[in-house]
Each structure stands twice: as C-alpha cells, then as structure tokens.
Design a protein around this ligand. Structure first.
Ligand code: HEM
Length: 557
C-alpha cells in the first residue's frame, strides 16, 4: 500500500516538475530533439544509458546536450573534453547534482555526494592525508596479506567467490581507516554496516528523490498521517547509518584511551591525535568531517573493488590464453617458490597490462559520478547552463575503436609496445574520474586490485565449470546496472550469513539514487526488470600446485 502511494506521488512529482519552463535562449551543445514534457527520457537505454550516450556521441559529437523531464544534462564523450572541463575548469565543474533523499536518509554522511564547499573540502583533505600515494604505500603489506586470505577463503569455500571479494574489499578499508581486523564470520562491525546499508539503501530510489524534491512537506507530516511512511523510513535509515559511523569510531577512541598500540596508524587514530592540538571551537567540525571521511571510505571502496575482481575473474574464464600468459610471466620472474609482492610489480609488465585491461574492458563505474555546473559556462562555442548535470561517459572512452581496436575484447597486449614495455596509455588516468572530485581512493584501489590479481594468478587456475558429462557450462555474462556495474550470476544471495558488506542485488535499485542521469521512469523500468539471480554459470577454481597454496595458507595465518 505504502509503495503504491509512493509511486502515485512520484508520478505526480514528475509531471509537475516537467512543467518548469527553461528561460535560457543561449545556444546549447547538439543533442537529441526532446519530446514535450518528457524530453529524451524514453530514448535512453534504461539498463545501460552509457550505450545511448555513446551512440549519441557518434551522431552529435563529444559534447551532447540532453533534456530529461525537468533535468538538463551535458554528456561528455571524450577524455580531452573531460580534462578541459572537469580538470582545467574544475572551479566550475566540481559540484554534485542535488538529491533530495540524501540528507533525510542520513546518506549525506558520504562526502562523495555532497555539494562542493567548505565541508567537502575539509573531508577531502582528511581523506587525502591517508590515501595520497605516499601514505597509501604503507598499507601495501596489509593488502598483500588480505589478498592471500582471499585464496584461503576460495580454497575453503569456492562457491561463494563473490563474498570473498567483498570481504577483501571491506577488510582492506576497515584496516586502513580504523585499524580494525574483521573476523572471518559474523563480525559485529560488519553486521552493523550491513544493517545500515541493506535497508537504508534499499528504501531509496530516484522515485523518492524526485518525490521529496517536489513534496518536501512529506518529511513533516505526523506519524499517524497518510504518506508518513517516507518520514519514518528516513528516520530509521538515519539512525542505522549513524550507528555504522559511530561504532568503529568509538572502537578507535577506546583503544586510544586504553593506550593500546592498536589503531595507532589508522586514518581515524592519526587524525584524532592531530585534533588534540587544535582549538576547542574547531574540534566538533573536525570530528564530524573525520567521521564522514571514514564512513565514505567504506561505502566508496567496497562495491567498486569487489566488482573489479569479478570482472577480472570473468576475463580469466573467457580468455584462458591471457591467464596462461600471465601465469607464465609470474612463474618466470618470481618462480614457484614464493608469492608476488609489490617489489615484483615493476618486473611484471604483462600483469600490469592485465590490470589496465580489467579497468578498461568493463569499467566498474561506466558513468563515474555525475558532476554539476555551479555557474554558466561557454565551451567551444556552446553554452553550458548553471545547474546542468555533467555526465562523463567513461564507457564511451573505453569503446573508442581508434584508441582501442576490437574494443569489446579483453586484450592486455594493447598496452604492451613492440619492445615488450608498457605503453603510456593507462586507463587509470580516466576511469577514476577527473578534476577536484576525482577518486581520492584510487591509489589504494589500484594496489588492492594488483595484489589480488597477482596473488590469484600465482596460485589458482580459473576456468568454466563443467556439467555432469564433463562439458563446459556456457553462459552469457549479464550485468546489473547502477552507479557500480555488477555481473549478475556471480551474485550470492545471502549477505547476512557471511561477512560481505551487502549483496549487490539488494543494493542495486537503491544506489540508482546516486545516478541523477536516471529518471524515476527509467528506474521503475530497471527495478521492474532486474535479471534473475539464478546462477547461470559457475566457475571452477583449482590450486596451481600444492606449494603455492601451502604458502598462501602459511602466510595468512
Ligand atoms: C575499483 C575501484 C574504484 C573505482 C573504479 C572508483 C571510481 C570512482 C569514480 C569514477 C569517482 C567519481 C569521480 C568524479 O566525480 O569525477 C569516485 C569517487 C570517489 N571514490 Fe572511488 N573508485 C574506486 C575505489 C575507491 C576506493 C578504494 C576508495 C576509498 C578508499 C574510493 C573513494 C572515493 C571517494 C571518497 C570518492 C568521492 C570523491 C569526491 O566526491 O570528492 N574509491 N571513485
């Protein structure tokens, strides 16, 4: 009943907003001709909007103007223009689009989605101190240790590979931010995170964002009144998210108060020590920003890192010759007596090329995170209006056939020149976004992905599973759309019995709230038509030899 009411209100909201007339007559970038009221909303591929934007790029060029209902959007289809606007004019292009649901549901704790301003600046500065390249390097031994734990978990429980990738993402970030070691099963801190994010994010959707934007009074109606379900669910979500932010924070404070050596080198501990020397008046704002930066790290890293490892797994199954070549490089450079460490990285160019191709082939965030123009601008003769959503089509860049011939295939060799050295083209330069809002966790993300990929290649053979007759089970990879894109049949359904942060199946419809390029109509389409989660294919994982697996197990104890 509540859902039906919400949907009706959402439709009303959409219609009323679409009557808002645009006053500006200045020339805009070329783009599809909008329908009255609806704009181009019905022409955009609801599952994979980046495909539509890429097609429009071929027709209209690298800068495309799109109107969807009341929203104005500029799609950037080339790295060159992205650099020119997001980076060189970052003063104008560093804001985020307004999402009416963020604040009421407690999700403004994620500074990745808040407006460009002083609070964002402080959060980002705190975050950067821990995650900038020089500081991030000190976490590498921990990342290697965690990567080896993936192998132990995979050998122990190969079916739930997704959970092991999720546990890896979470264990790396919890160590970095709180110096907290998560336990293998039923960890209380992980349960708190799950409790906060599963229901918290599931109740969110662009429908509600649009509804609250149009009918903000819904947050004020008394509890007994019709339409109050939004207010109550918002309140519950905020409470759970606050607990998720507070619990690990208190853990660090307690260890510091006990004088324990634990938590001395984490992001939170280091900054709490710094805070001691600050003026009293500044301390509350500083502590608040620190909590935001810490919680953002958890939210931002978990999904992206796990999704990347799934893409790598898929590539190894579909391209066995790549897997063999990568293993041969490890065997010849490192041998079979020990496992890869970061000291080996420079001597393993093919592994590096595999990582680059993993970033490029199926980018985890195909449209990045939308920016917003904070003032009017003119670029290359085109007018970009203040408030326009600026969508950077990362996917389109990865599919540029001039730069990446045979772009839909996984070919690490494209990053190796004729002398066997790496080329200067590194997709990490664009898949993490650009400008002042570019991903500040990218060095950590890059090291985590390298550690996991190199360790898995050194120790495991990954192949398609076989049926009872010994025939390989064929499958067609399917993805769940969202801010982060996931393979469907990898998805495990039961996050609460393991340490995985939250199953992507639960998260998907809700995270769409952070995709302001998706309107509520598209979201209904997606939510109504999510592919089933039945496992359509399963992978076989085998150790590459007892020595390697033994080493992993010993090293991770
Ligand atoms: C596979 C890994 C990852 C990918 C592909 C990725 C990608 C991105 C992208 C595309 C953005 C938006 C950039 C923009 O607005 O232009 C972003 C933002 C962000 N990422 Fe990542 N990310 C990854 C991992 C991580 C990790 C591990 C962390 C933290 C440890 C992290 C923290 C953040 C934060 C805090 C923001 C918001 C920045 C801001 O708004 O100022 N990310 N990421």
């Amino acid at each position: 009943m509540a859902l039906a009411v919400d949907r009706h209100l959402a439709i009303l909201a959409g219609i009323s907003l679409s009557f808002v007339a645009r006053q500006n007559n200045a020339p805009l970038p070329p783009g599809p001709v909008p329908l009255p009221l609806l704009g181009s909303v019905l022409s955009i591929d609801a599952y994979e909007p980046w495909l539509t934007y890429t097609e429009w790029g071929a027709v209209y060029g690298d800068l495309v103007f799109v109107r969807s209902l009341d929203e104005e959007m500029v799609v950037i289809n080339s790295q060159h223009i992205a650099e020119a606007l997001l980076d060189k004019r970052s003063r104008i292009y560093s804001d985020r689009p307004y999402l009416a649901t963020l604040e009421p549901y407690g999700l403004s704790i994620d500074f990745g989605f808040i407006a460009y301003g002083d609070e964002w600046r402080l959060c980002r500065r705190l975050f950067h101190q821990t995650f900038r390249p020089e500081s991030a390097a000190k976490f590498r031994p921990m990342q290697i240790k965690r990567a080896r734990e993936i192998i132990v978990n995979l050998v122990d429980d190969p079916e739930n590979y997704y959970d092991h990738f999720a546990t890896f993402s979470l264990s790396v970030v919890m160590s970095t931010v709180y110096d907290y070691n998560i336990s293998a099963r039923d960890d209380p801190m992980v349960q708190t995170v799950i409790k906060a994010l599963v229901p918290g994010l599931t109740v969110l959707s662009p429908e509600r964002a649009l509804m609250l934007k149009t009918f903000p009074f819904l947050l004020k109606v008394p509890d007994w009144c019709w339409g109050s379900s939004i207010k109550r669910s918002a309140r519950g979500s905020t409470e759970r998210i606050n607990e998720m932010a507070e619990m690990p924070f208190r853990y660090v404070q307690q260890h510091m108060a006990d004088g324990s050596s634990l938590a001395q080198s984490s992001m939170v501990a280091e900054n709490l020590q710094r805070m001691e020397t600050q003026e009293e008046a500044f301390k509350p704002a500083f502590e608040n920003a620190l909590k935001k930066a810490a919680t953002t790290a958890i939210i931002a890293s978990y999904e992206t890192s796990a999704a990347t490892l799934m893409i790598f797994f898929l590539a190894m199954v579909l391209y066995p010759e790549v897997q063999k070549r990568a293993q041969a490089e490890i065997d010849s450079v490192i041998g079979k007596e020990r496992l890869p460490t970061f000291e080996d990285r420079a001597s393993l160019p093919y592994i590096e090329a595999v990582l680059r191709e993993t970033w490029r082939w199926q980018p985890a965030a195909p449209l990045g995170v939308a920016h917003a123009a904070s003032s009017d601008d003119v670029y290359d003769g085109y007018f970009i209006p203040k408030g326009a959503i600026i969508t950077y089509n990362t996917w389109g860049i990865t599919r540029d056939e001039k730069r990446y011939p045979d772009a839909s295939n996984f070919i690490p060799e494209r990053f190796i020149d004729s002398d066997g050295a790496l080329t200067s083209d590194d997709p990490a330069q664009y898949i993490f976004g650009l400008g002042r809002r570019a991903c500040p966790g990218r060095y950590n993300a890059d090291s985590s992905a390298w550690a996991a990929i190199a360790t898995m290649l050194a120790t495991l053979d990954i192949s398609p599973a076989k049926d009872d007759q010994g025939k390989e089970i064929s499958f067609t990879p399917e993805f769940i759309p969202g801010l982060v894109r996931y393979l469907t049949f990898f998805v495990s359904f039961c996050p609460l019995v393991t340490n995985s942060f939250v199953a992507p199946g639960f998260l998907r419809p809700s995270l769409a709230v952070f995709r302001p390029d998706l309107t509520f109509i598209q979201t209904l389409w997606i939510v109504g038509g999510l592919p089933s989660f039945e496992k359509k294919g399963q992978f076989a994982i085998r150790g590459r030899g007892d020595i390697a697996i033994d080493q992993v197990i010993l090293a991770s104890v």
